[in-house]
Design a protein. Structure first.
Length: 101
């Protein structure tokens, strides 16, 4: 995949902040593998912070979650983990299919 964004992936990434690196990859037509890896990276960074009252760590800021994190509560963060996981799973499956061809 390269060039035009996949309409299905665009829909799956709608819940992500516009500043999310994963969402930017979707909209720029990044490869399935690249999007999958980035969605997993963002999930791993966010998962331990679901109940946190601390400011976002630099790693989470670097992947585009600073503003979103400041406004998000535990439910929002849990929901975001779901969005990231769905995007990860879908693009991982697509990447594996593409690599088998």
């Amino acid at each position: 995949m390269s060039g035009a964004p996949s309409p299905v992936l665009v829909e799956f990434s709608d819940g992500l902040p516009d500043t999310s690196v994963a969402k930017k990859l979707v909209y720029s037509g990044g490869s399935f593998r690249e999007i999958s890896d980035q969605a997993r990276r963002e999930w791993v960074l966010l998962a331990p912070l679901v109940q946190s009252k601390e400011p976002p760590p630099p790693e989470l800021i670097a992947v585009g979650y600073e503003e979103w994190y400041a406004e998000a509560d535990a439910k929002d963060r849990t929901r975001m983990l779901g969005y990231l996981d769905m995007l990860y799973e879908m693009t991982l499956d697509l990447a594996e299919e593409e690599e088998e061809e």
